[in-house]
Design a protein around this ligand. Sequence first.
Ligand SMILES: [Mn+2]
Length: 292
Amino acid sequence: MNKIGIHFGYFNTDWDTDFIRQIDQVKRIGFDILEVAPVPLMKLSKEQRRAIRDHAEEKGIDLTFSVGLGKEYDLASADKEIRKAGIQFTLDTFDIMQEMGSTMYSGVDIGAWNQTYSYGVIDKSREWKYSIESVQEIMKSAEEKGITFAVEVVNRYESSLVNTAEEAMEYISRVGSPNCKLLLDTYHMNIEEDSFEKAIQLAGGSLAHFHVGEPNRRPPKPDGRMPWDEITGALKSIHYEGAIVMEPFIKMGGEVGRDIKVWRDISKGAQTEEMERLAAVSVKMFREKMQP
Ligand SMILES: [Mn+2]
């Protein structure tokens, strides 16, 4: 069965958090995976990271990593020093992942997040060339460490590099590493793809990670606005065995609200108990719909 996960940002307004408490929380709700980000973990000591790893192991929670590269780490930048910094940041993240027993790296990881290039662009070949060269360098380490590097296909407002599964398939074929795969996310697909089913089938065996959310990034629900039967049916049709990780963001304020652009209380005043109940509804739905 596919493992079901949730991004740690759902429960926080800032990116720094008590990961140990969150592991207990997601375990209690019924998840298999807590998706974390490199920057808050980089701020911790090796011992603190080890304690988080040990706690996750004890609770049977897998840790997956998702990044939104800062513009100072833009792997597609025309500035060689910025690309170099981005490669180093990614390799440092891989070291932390190895420490913590994690093998799934994904997110906006081939260029800067929330950064689109010059207005009026009709040719992305230069950004692609720089990005692909950077990622090829990174893939040597990913292959060595057994890390899957999943390229997240995001919407036009968050990156200009790859916005559809078709573009991403071309991108990863040019990277040319068996560990370079795809991450599709229903929130972004809803904006950019002609068809959920066709995009998932096009990705096929290259799909390594899957993000889910309603169009407004509420937790997925059976009576939501996404065609969950079509989506889970397509995942089953390609025999998808990877994780399904939800990324609901419904609270205003803090770094999370700012970076995700939550400008109203989408949660409608939900407190922790209600937030957990909404997430539990999502877990139940995916477990049911992904039954063979
Ligand atoms: Mn996502």
